[in-house]
Ligand binder design. Sequence first.
Ligand SMILES: N[C@@H](CCC(=O)N[C@@H](CS)C(=O)NCC(=O)O)C(=O)O
Length: 206
Amino acid sequence: MIKLFTAVNAPNPRALENIIAIKQIEVETITIDLIGGENRGDDFVKTNPAGQLPCIELEDGQVIAEVAAIAEYLEELKPDPVLVGNNAAERAHTRMRMRQIDYLILAPGMAGFRNTEGADFFRSRMRIDKTIGEPMKRNTVDGLVWLNSQLAGQDFICGDQLRYVDCIFYPLALFLSKVSIPIGAELKNLTSYMQRLSEHDIIGAR
Ligand SMILES: N[C@@H](CCC(=O)N[C@@H](CS)C(=O)NCC(=O)O)C(=O)O
């Protein structure tokens, strides 16, 4: 059985748990103490050299990190329900959206948080530079404005179907909105989207 290394109350682990639950894939769950730094300890870094969560370990011992890469793997393992796409063009579209969301919103958003409100927590884990925090947050807000425009007339990030990008974006954006970068009420397409996802029985639960 696949082993899932996860953590409580953390948005990237939550994103993968969403995908696994939607696809109804049975996994053995191993909870790592992220707050206590177990993910950065010698033992766990042997499993995932990136020292982050989540990751999965396959039956042959191979470890895969990065939620989007794991989502692609799980889609090949169990294509139904579809979370990447039904054909080559749909799959490319989903991957395009994931890259855009990562570059324009999630990467600057997490860097913004880690270098401001999160600095004391992350200082022992990575290089912290408070001068980059606020510019990163401003870039994130620009990304949110862009995403708001892209969501006009559609229910999900890739169109009218839920994709793994939604499973990832929602918990990350929710987390960032609570701790660091609120979503402006004027971004009506985006706030409606967040409301819609909060009503999803798996993604919005807890
Ligand atoms: N891009 C990675 C992000 C992983 C990540 O940032 N995980 C966070 C939890 S939300 C983490 O491990 N933080 C603790 C740390 O970096 O020490 C993914 O898709 O899995």
